[in-house]
Design a protein around this ligand. Structure first.
Ligand code: IPM
Ligand code: MN
Length: 374
């Protein structure tokens, strides 16, 4: 029996309820396919922050880097100012563990309704590979009032560090600026991941950018894409501007196989991707460092108004659990989890948001039984 150690961080709002269902399913998958996951729980989140002022400590991050995987629920709480938990916990982990791939499958499962007219499961089946450590997410910028000031801004990473000294002189009443950073290495590694993934799928990679306006950052992105594609002669390539890609997601999603995109565009287009695959309740994500600690989460938030009501849809979290198993190398178990999610949908064993009458806590049980009987 293989034993894996993994961390579990349920977080805020509906996080604990949906993660509990995911855990049931992963444990059942282990029972069926002959492995065991030993979970260590972390109470990171709003509650702890409000009590102690602590988000996530250096010691916790060090400890967590000993695990191949973290199963993450959601963060966000109406008592905490927007941005504090997101930056202090979620983005901290993405950057600390250098999880440079944000993997977001957009796949219409059998039995799920899409808002797109006349599109079927075979038409909506692609993967967005979102760069996850750079771009405007590096979080450096400042505000300035009329006059002069000097700002020292820096980004410190394992891959590289960079400092900007910015002299601001303005007669505007007030302004703000934000610096986005893309590096050659940072772009190259995520593109290599996307191309390798495409080699195991339909052999097409679409690069998404806005190189017609943001010519420096996305000009570098394109240059690296041109170079990278030479190593993958069997993979077809194309460029889409981000505005156009939102149109094609709606009109012709069947064109896509793997898309690779800088961080912020990836954030935006994957919410659209979530909608066309049936809504945020069905959209999983993996924050992946292929050689380190990866983190798996539903892409939706903590939905505080549904906290403790046992109504939240845990399918995105359970699907994220399948991505976790895939990363551990348990491919067969990972596929079985997705098949059983599909069965639950076909049998209408789903929560109210999907037209069923089941409670959150019934879903993990149903899917676990289906895996064990499958
Ligand atoms: C996501 C979320 C995060 C992001 C937020 C919560 C920081 O929207 O995972 O898509 O912007 O990446
Ligand atoms: Mn998002």
């Amino acid at each position: 029996m293989t034993l894996y150690k993994a961390a579990c961080m349920p977080g805020d709002g509906i996080g604990p309820e949906i993660i509990a269902e995911g855990r049931k399913v992963l444990d059942a998958a282990g029972e069926k396919f002959g492995f065991d996951i030993e979970w260590t729980d972390y109470d990171t989140g709003a509650e702890k922050y409000l009590k102690t002022g602590e988000l996530i400590t250096e010691d916790e991050l060090k400890e967590l880097s000993g695990y191949p995987a973290i199963y993450f629920g959601a963060i966000g709480d109406e008592r905490v100012k927007p941005g504090i938990l997101e930056k202090g916990i979620l983005l901290s982990m993405r950057f600390y563990f250098d999880e440079y791939v944000n993997l977001r499958p957009v796949k219409l499962l059998k039995g799920v309704e899409t808002p797109l007219a006349n599109k079927k499961p075979e038409d909506i089946d692609f993967v967005v590979v979102r760069e996850n450590t750079e771009d405007f997410y590096v979080g450096i910028g400042s505000r300035a009032k009329a006059g002069k000031q000097r700002d020292e801004l820096s980004v410190m990473r394992e891959l590289y560090s960079v400092k900007f000294g910015v002299d601001v002189e303005t007669d505007a009443d007030e302004l703000a600026y934000q610096i986005g950073v893309l590096s050659r290495q940072g772009s190259k590694r995520v593109m290599d991941y996307a191309f390798s993934l495409a080699e195991s799928r339909d052999k097409k990679v679409t690069s998404v950018d806005k190189a017609n306006v943001l010519t420096d950052v996305y000009g570098l992105w394109r240059e690296v894409f041109e170079e990278t594609k030479k190593s993958y002669p069997d993979v077809a390539t194309e460029y889409n501007f981000v505005d156009a890609v939102t149109m094609w997601f709606v009109k012709n999603p069947e064109w896509f196989d793997v898309l690779v995109t800088p961080n912020m565009f990836g954030d935006i287009i994957t919410d659209l991707g979530a909608m066309i695959q049936g809504g945020l309740g069905l959209a999983p994500g993996g924050n992946i460092n292929p050689k380190g600690t990866s983190m798996f989460e539903p892409i939706h938030g903590s939905a505080p108004k549904y906290r403790g009501k046992n109504v939240a849809n845990p399918l995105a979290t359970i699907w994220a659990g399948s991505l976790l198993l895939d990363t551990l190398g348990e491919k067969e178990a990972a596929n079985a989890v997705v098949s059983s999610i599909e069965h639950s949908i076909e049998k209408k064993a789903v929560t109210r948001d999907m037209g069923g009458s089941m409670r959150t806590s019934d879903i993990g049980e149903w899917i676990s039984k289906d895996i064990l009987n499958g």
